[in-house]
Design a protein around this ligand. Structure first.
Ligand code: FES
Length: 276
């Protein structure tokens, strides 16, 4: 699968986030907001899931955004325009249910901002009043601000260190909005602790809250069981039952634990392979 372009969106404090545009007529024609692809950079590599951030059916191009987090994302970030990925499968997962909810808040943290963008766009097109809250550690790591502003009635920027926008966490801005007015939906994507904190805030306001879970995946098609999450009393697979779930039903503790299973192995493989 040919790579049409690569753009570094952020590079600060050892965190790199890049946008990669690939050519895929089929995926571009079918992908809907909320769906993802599973790709392999090399034949001997692992598969990783990435949200479809933008799809252009006319050009047959698909934009993916990745943050360096382990061996494979380091490999992916090293690709150049003109290179080819070994494989890509998609679109996978259920699309977001797009309809007129009324007033919606989208909350994106870190690279999760890339995942709320297509949903914000689709919800705006469906006639909703869209407020986006986007947050990052600092100004340099903030991505897609202009794009989110274009599809939002209001876009609130938060940085942990106060280097841009307001100083503080996305949950502070969310709580203020919910205290002032009634909203019909909150949609959040980001690190698991952030989504869990969003869920705690919205529970007390009794507002429907959806989260797109970044569970560890292997095949992405419901066969391996790697991405299982506990939702209420049921076990679900993020890849085929999700990736979106009702935040109030997610077993966050279990998800955190499962997502950290390979952390030490990742570090070891990166050291052995010296992928820089
Ligand atoms: S990734 Fe294998 S079941 Fe979901």
């Amino acid at each position: 699968m040919k790579i049409l372009g690569k753009e570094v969106l952020a590079d600060s404090q050892g965190v790199r986030i890049v946008k990669i545009t690939i050519q895929s007529l089929d995926i571009a024609a079918k992908a809907k907001a909320g769906q993802f692809v599973v790709l392999m950079v090399k034949e001997e590599g692992e598969r990783i899931p990435l949200t479809v951030v933008n799809a252009d059916p006319k050009k047959g191009s698909v934009d993916l955004i990745a943050q360096e987090a382990g061996f494979t994302t380091k490999l992916l970030i090293g690709v150049k325009a003109g290179d080819s990925l070994y494989s890509i499968v998609g679109p996978l997962g259920h699309p977001t249910e797009i309809k007129k909810y009324g007033k919606v808040i989208l909350v994106g943290g870190g690279v999760g901002i890339a995942e709320i963008y297509p949903v914000a766009k689709a919800l705006k097109d469906a006639g909703n009043q869209v407020i986006s809250i986007i947050g990052s550690r600092n100004k340099e790591l903030l991505i897609l601000e202009r794009e989110l502003k274009e599809v939002s009635d209001e876009c609130i920027v938060m940085t942990d260190d106060g280097s841009y926008g307001r100083k503080g966490f996305v949950t502070e801005a969310l709580k203020e909005l919910l205290e002032k007015s009634k909203y019909d939906l909150v949609y959040a994507v980001g690190p698991v602790p952030m989504m869990r904190a969003v869920s705690v805030v919205t529970k007390s306001f009794n507002v429907l809250t959806l989260v797109s879970l970044n569970a560890t995946m292997v095949d992405g098609t419901g066969m391996c069981g790697c991405c299982r999450v506990s939702i209420g009393k049921e076990v679900k697979f993020s890849c085929v039952d999700g990736p979106e779930f009702d935040a109030s039903q997610v077993d966050w503790q279990e998800l955190l634990k499962r997502n950290s299973i390979y952390t030490e192995k990742e570090k070891h493989i990166c050291r052995l392979s010296s992928v820089e």
